[in-house]
Design a protein around this ligand. Structure first.
Ligand code: S3P
Length: 186
């Protein structure tokens, strides 16, 4: 699809947040094609910069180090806001909201959308992947339930828009986000 529905964000990003498996990357990719705005996948950039997979970073340096890398990347992105480089879509890692400083940055630099998806759907969507260190446990159900319970208030505090998207396909979600972003930036 040729990008045919650009959004004038005045150099501010559209930011996608939510738990692992909520659809951030897939929706981000489609929205990127629709708007012509480049997609920044935070996990992928951190992996590229460090030269290790997220699992290796968790194993070798620990989760706290990974969280510090997320903040460093957000601060870099914040520095691009207001310029052409800030006109991007950002797909975040599910735990980006754990640090208060990250929540503040995400809230102030752009339009932040939370995809709120129920636990069974998240489990189903993450079941075929082993790239997520937090889910490498026989007790995936309990882990996902806890993450959903603990993080929902943090996503709510950060997002400008909450989309209950368990039953909405990517095809239908993308125009909803596009429309909301147009209104946010108008
Ligand atoms: C994490 C989510 C992952 C990745 C890391 C930690 C989390 O990203 O950042 O494994 O704490 O929820 P996705 O949400 O893109 O899977």
């Amino acid at each position: 699809m040729e990008p045919c529905f650009p959004i004038d964000t005045k150099g501010h990003p559209i930011i996608l947040i939510g738990l692992m498996g909520c659809g951030k990357t897939t929706i981000g990719r489609e929205l990127s094609r629709m708007t012509g705005m480049p997609l920044i996948d935070m996990d992928a950039i951190i992996e590229e910069q460090i030269g290790k997979s997220i699992s290796q970073i968790f194993r070798d340096e620990g989760e706290a180090h990974f969280r510090a890398l997320e903040t460093a990347l957000l601060r870099y992105i914040e520095g691009t806001v207001g310029t052409e480089k800030g006109n991007v879509i950002i797909s975040t890692g599910g735990g980006v909201v754990l640090r208060q400083i990250n929540r503040e940055i995400l809230r102030r630099i752009g339009f932040t959308v939370w995809f709120n998806v129920d636990v069974p759907t998240l489990l189903e969507r993450t079941s075929r992947s082993n790239s997520r260190p937090l889910l490498q446990s026989p007790d995936r159900v309990a882990i996902m339930e806890r993450l959903h319970r603990e993080r929902s208030p943090l996503y709510a505090e950060t997002a400008h828009l909450k989309l209950d998207s368990s039953d909405i396909s990517v095809r239908d979600t993308v125009p909803i986000v596009h429309d909301a972003a147009l209104r946010f930036f108008s």
